[in-house]
Design a protein around this ligand. Structure first.
Ligand code: ADP
Ligand code: MG
Length: 319
């Protein structure tokens, strides 16, 4: 592919963690109940995401790696009510443009699996192969043709940590799905399907965090928050989804902080795991693909909803 095309792809995929996020979201959109992630060298030399989702026919597998190939929306109208995580049909193509990508898949009614290869954006063969029901995407040598981008990456350890945070965030958004992450040949995360959000928080952050949490049950905001008697020395325990989509929790941090007013001791932070549900017509997810930004239409803000729901939870929790 030409340089502009490569650079565009590099914008969608900033680092290994963004590729992992896109691949795992595809697995979730395919209805997977288990998602296994494996990385080497922080995800630069290898990312492998395997799921037990719907799989694809050979035709769909070929199409999936093409440009603007999405099976998820059919018209512009659909854009305002996307209920899948992906809808642009850009991610697989973008990853394939800057790596050596192998997609192997088998749908429920498929007799055997099918493999498609792409090398730096060029088709590199396809054919039948054995594969269990579901899909495996293997990405090798990320940014092999974008040396500058590669130069900007952190150490393998830093990139690996970013991958782990991304998988944790996705896992918190879907407690019922099992997740695992192996990095550099060692198990890093092992999250069997959980019964509910509290159980998933316990798997990810431990019982010391999960055990104290109070339920939030506002009209549009549900989830779990720590009581004012428990502050944590880290901001890491903040997780927000909007309509099921993981968003940058930093944009909701002020709303959560406001709900706690100055009830927490200095240097202590709340834990909050929130699921915000809004009319899809009000949410604009079509912002920058690499950013987890969600814009609310018409300047309307979800903040008052969050402040109100968290306050109510803290009051019920007895302060
Ligand atoms: P999008 O998710 O925006 O549709 P992607 O480039 O991420 O675009 O994926 C392209 C298409 O490939 C998807 O619409 C879907 O049909 C198919 N696909 C990708 N990954 C998987 C998967 N793990 N399981 C089943 N289908 C998949
Ligand atoms: Mg996608």
């Amino acid at each position: 592919p030409d340089v502009a095309h490569r650079i565009a792809a590099g914008e969608v995929i900033e680092r290994p963690a963004s590729a992992v996020k896109e691949l795992v979201e595809n697995s979730l959109d395919a209805g997977a109940s288990r998602v296994e992630v494996e990385i080497s060298s922080g995800g630069v030399s290898l990312i492998r995401v395997r799921d037990d989702g719907s799989g694809m026919t050979p035709e769909d597998a070929g199409r999936a790696v093409g440009r603007h190939a999405t099976s998820k929306i059919r018209s512009v109208d659909d854009l305002s009510r996307v209920n899948t995580l992906g809808f642009r049909g850009e991610a697989l193509h973008a990853i394939g443009a800057v790596s050596s990508l192998t997609l192997t898949t088998r749908p429920a009614d498929g007799e055997c699996g099918w493999r498609v290869r792409v090398l730096a954006g060029e088709p590199a063969g396809s054919g039948p192969t054995a594969h269990p029901l579901g899909t495996t995407v293997e990405v090798r040598d990320l940014f092999l043709n974008l040396p500058v981008r590669r130069g900007f990456l952190g150490t393998a350890r830093a990139e690996g940590n970013a991958v782990a945070r991304a998988v944790e965030a996705l896992a918190l958004s879907r407690p019922e799905v099992g997740f695992s992450l192996r990095a550099e040949g060692r198990p890093v995360l092992s999250l069997p399907p959980a019964a509910n959000l509290r159980e998933r928080v316990a798997q990810v952050h431990g019982l010391a965090v999960a055990g104290c949490l109070l339920p939030v049950s506002g009209p549009a905001v549900r989830g779990l928050v720590s009581p004012v008697s428990e502050g944590f020395p880290t901001r890491r325990y903040l997780h927000v989804t909007v309509n099921g989509r993981v968003v940058d929790p930093e944009s909701f941090a002020p709303a959560v902080a406001k709900a706690y007013a100055d009830l927490l001791p200095k240097g202590r932070h709340p834990a909050a795991f929130l699921r915000v549900e809004l009319d899809p017509e009000e949410v604009d997810v079509n912002v920058h693909p690499a950013k987890r930004a969600v814009r609310l239409r018409g300047g309307r803000s979800a903040y008052p909803l969050v402040v109100g729901a968290v306050r109510a939870a803290l009051e019920l929790g007895g302060r």
